[in-house]
Design a protein. Structure first.
Length: 193
């Protein structure tokens, strides 16, 4: 469950770079990501806070559905979710069934509502997909702040057998602010948890 960063370097000539560098991967950067020289890999361990695994078990026991929503890579998110009891150690997904256990932001892109929130005019296939996601998802990984907000909206609209859930959202960064605001209960965490 380590975050692995690739370190690379490249020299740019003056004027090749925009005033502000933007983007998170080669497809959305506003500067060239070609001809970099590999320097190395850097592993960072960010262990779950003490008591989280036990709190998740207690929440499940009380009938609360606990879902992880993170910007982390899906493999990292899956490993952490197993450590804190959100995912079982063994995945038992039936063959031939779409896997909703871990959903990435890329998979969400085509399912985002056309308006600022879900309406009754959503395409039927998206409604069915979100109902399945709200029922079966345990982890949303590599998601953006907007994705996080939409996930909360989806649970509010399609959760609990299509009747809608009351959502609590816990976050520890500015990227969680839209989802914290959207949830009926928003809990902003600090250094001490």
């Amino acid at each position: 469950a380590r975050r692995v960063l690739c370190i690379a370097k490249r020299k740019y000539n003056a004027g090749e770079l925009p005033p502000v560098l933007e983007g998170s991967n080669g497809s959305d950067c506003n500067f060239s990501m070609q001809a970099f020289e590999f320097v190395g890999l850097y592993g960072i361990e960010d262990p779950p806070k003490e008591g989280v695994a036990e709190a998740v078990v207690k929440a499940f026991s009380a009938g609360v559905k606990v879902v992880m929503v993170t910007g982390d890579h899906p493999d990292t998110a899956r490993a952490i979710a197993k450590r804190i009891n959100i995912l079982p150690e063994e995945d038992d997904k039936p063959e031939g069934v779409e896997d909703f256990t871990v959903i990435t932001g890329v998979r969400l892109e085509s399912r985002l509502p056309k308006a600022d929130n879900f309406t009754d005019d959503e395409p039927k296939e998206n409604v069915i997909w979100w109902q399945q996601a709200c029922k079966n998802a345990r982890v949303f990984a590599r998601v953006s702040p907007i994705h996080k907000q939409v996930i909360v909206q989806a649970y509010q609209k399609y959760g609990y057998n299509g009747l809608g859930d009351i959502c609590a959202m816990t976050g520890d960064g500015v990227n969680d602010a839209p989802a914290l605001k959207q949830a009926q209960v928003g809990v902003a965490m600090g250094i001490r948890g």
